[in-house]
Design a protein around this ligand. Structure first.
Ligand code: BT5
Length: 259
């Protein structure tokens, strides 16, 4: 990975400082510690390889050397953005979807934090919060994207089919260029995070809209219903049995017939 090229993107787009690692445990772990230690707004931790990459709920995220993009953005929210922090995962999702669209790839968002291409996972996001007492000090937005075919882990390590940009395009764009486009997307969407357009665009990119889905909540409880859309805070809205509207704040979504 060309560190100079990565830094150039940060400078050009007015981001913060870049911390680059050939290999690291998890970029989110490093970014959480750095954020707590005063990292400037829009700083980024990026690694060529992660040995302890994390998903949600103690699940793993695999990033092998030379194959993927794995980075964590530190966001220090302005007062005006504070009411909208639950939309942070949407910020990353829209930036990733737009960067793929630039390459002719129509990706969708499997709520809350997976990006799918042709029904397979090409990217994942992990958003974590740094608190000072009751206040949010910073958000850490972790992004992992499979760029080359070799980034896709063996099936026995996966709970969902996976793909890569190379699988979809036949060729491999430079990782530095994808990184640049994602940062440009973040810069473009960040000032619009408080708008209705933000939610509507995010909603329009959701996988399984209008379909019967099943959500497994953190507790293991199952909710089934038709996926209607998003609430203003980014929660998922379903129409369950007897037309009851159910709002889900956390969970894993699957199509009902897959269950
Ligand atoms: C996620 O969790 O998808 C969040 C992934 C976030 C990764 C980034 S990389 C930079 C930053 N640093 C970190 O340590 N993490 C963030 P979840 O929805 O819980 O999905 C995890 C599941 O995805 C695993 O259980 C596997 O089944 C699958 N998986 C793991 N690695 C994958 C890969 N490279 N491609 C596709 N699927 C993968």
């Amino acid at each position: 990975m060309n560190e100079h090229h990565l830094k150039y993107s940060l400078n050009r787009l007015n981001f913060g400082i870049l911390r680059y690692f050939d290999s690291i445990g998890s970029t989110n772990d490093d970014a959480l510690a750095w954020a707590a230690d005063g990292a400037p707004d829009l700083s980024i931790v990026l690694a060529d390889e992660q040995t302890q990459g994390r998903g949600r709920l103690d699940r793993r995220w695999f990033t092998s050397k030379g194959t993927a993009l794995a980075f964590s953005l530190i966001l220090r929210p302005s007062a005006s953005l504070r009411p909208y922090l639950s939309r942070s995962v949407g910020l990353a999702a829209l930036a990733i979807v737009d960067s793929l669209q630039l390459r002719g790839l129509e990706a969708h968002i499997k709520w809350p934090n997976d990006i799918l291409l042709d029904g397979k996972k090409i990217a994942g996001m992990l958003v974590e919060t740094v608190w000072t007492g009751e206040d949010v000090d910073a958000m850490v937005i972790g992004i992992g994207i499979n760029v080359t075919r070799a980034a896709v882990p063996p099936v026995d390590l996966l709970n969902f089919p996976a793909t890569s940009i190379e699988d979809a395009l036949g060729g491999t764009p430079e990782r530095e260029e994808i990184f640049h486009d994602i940062l440009a997307g973040i810069k473009a969407w960040l000032p619009r995070m408080d708008t209705d357009t933000f939610i509507r665009t995010w909603e329009a990119k959701l996988s399984f809209r209008g379909k019967q889905i099943q959500v497994t909540e953190g507790s293991g409880k199952l909710i089934t219903g038709e996926l209607l859309g998003l609430e203003s805070d980014g929660s998922l809205r379903l129409r369950a049995e007897h037309d009851k509207i159910v709002i889900v704040h956390f969970g894993d979504v699957s199509l009902r017939h897959e269950a």
